[in-house]
Write a protein that binds this ligand. Structure first.
Ligand SMILES: Nc1ncnc2c1ncn2[C@@H]1O[C@H](COP(=O)(O)OP(=O)(O)OP(=O)(O)O)[C@@H](O)[C@H]1O
Ligand SMILES: [Mg+2]
Length: 293
């Protein structure tokens, strides 16, 4: 759904070429999920707070993330966007002294339920960081390794998944004849698309992206942005971005955070268009108009 509530068409088998200057990238055929025109909550966050030691980072955040949609987290530095994102796949568990309160449910199940298998949770949720983080291994091994770690070892199956993931991010044509080359020999934008392919290979339900374009040049950033748009419907995407124009272009929903009384708080959540064109809160208006933040 776009911000006016109109369904965004997804063309399941369409090949799409994206021209940027002299570079044309072909994104391979992708099986689209249903377009996000029926807002059903997939991630339900209730009164969620997070502390690092005694320092509060997030206070009383309540919002729903809708299935198949792109939700942008926006707000100034230090307002807790990364902390919020990392709470969804419980990466914050790995930080000594990090404490949480409140509840996050995915598909109705509490992610902090003691019976919950954290590895299975993380398999369900792919994560992409600001700086491309390929392993210092071959392009092929970068995708094969997580598959093996998650028990997918049959050769024909892994090869098919690797090709499909590279097709999905438009890298196959660029790298199929050098899969044994180091991933570090790729350009920054290609490395980021490889990291997205690595996440997609495990067939996650959710993709968390923390400023995935901010370390890229404008051309590579545009390619990755177009790719993220194409993943709508098939995945539920939560993306942190400082680029408000980008949030406006690609997100269905936006959540605006701000630091108040030393903790990050959700000021406003809504359709992207509403947040940018008719924000309900004066802080949101000041931020999206560039007057604050
Ligand atoms: N591992 C940590 N230990 C202690 N404090 C932390 C840790 N990570 C983040 N913080 C603090 O928590 C608050 C929220 O940080 P967070 O990184 O979530 O913000 P952010 O909105 O992602 O900022 P940015 O836009 O700069 O990436 C900040 O005050 C930060 O200093
Ligand atoms: Mg951050």
């Amino acid at each position: 759904m776009n911000s006016t509530g109109t369904p965004i068409p997804m063309h399941a088998d369409a090949e799409q070429s994206i021209g940027r200057g002299n570079n044309t990238y072909t994104l391979g055929p992708m099986q689209a999920g249903p377009a996000c025109c029926d807002p059903q909550p997939l991630i339900q966050v209730d009164n969620f707070s997070l502390h690092y030691g005694t320092k509060p980072a997030l206070a009383n955040v309540t919002l729903n993330i809708y299935r198949g949609c792109i939700t942008a987290l926006i707000g100034p530095s230090g307002c807790g966007k990364t902390s919020f994102l990392s709470s969804i796949n419980r990466l914050t568990d790995l930080i000594p002294g990090c404490r949480i309160a409140g509840r996050i449910r995915i598909d109705g199940t509490d992610i902090h339920d003691p019976a919950r298998n954290v590895q299975a949770l993380r398999r369900q949720i792919g994560m992409v960081f600001q700086k491309p983080t390929p392993f210092p291994l071959s392009i092929h091994r970068n995708i094969e390794l997580p598959l093996h770690e998650h028990g997918i070892t049959r050769r024909a199956e892994t090869e098919a998944i690797i090709e499909q993931a590279l097709q999905d991010v438009g890298l196959w044509d660029e790298v199929h004849d050098r899969l044994g080359a180091s991933a570090l020999s790729l350009s920054g934008g290609q490395q980021q698309r490889l990291c997205i392919a690595r996440a997609l290979a495990l067939n996650p339900q959710i993709l968390l992206m923390d400023e995935p374009c901010s370390a890229l040049d404008p051309i590579a950033s545009g390619v990755v942005e177009d790719l993220i748009s194409r993943l709508r419907g098939r995945y539920t995407i939560v993306i942190v971005t400082h680029n408000l124009a980008q949030a406006r272009r690609i997100a269905n929903y936006a959540a605006f955070f701000w630091v108040k009384e030393h903790a990050g708080r959700l000021v406003e959540f809504g359709h992207c268009r509403q947040i940018f064109e008719s924000p309900a809160h004066e802080l949101t208006a000041a931020y999206v108009n560039g007057a604050r933040g």
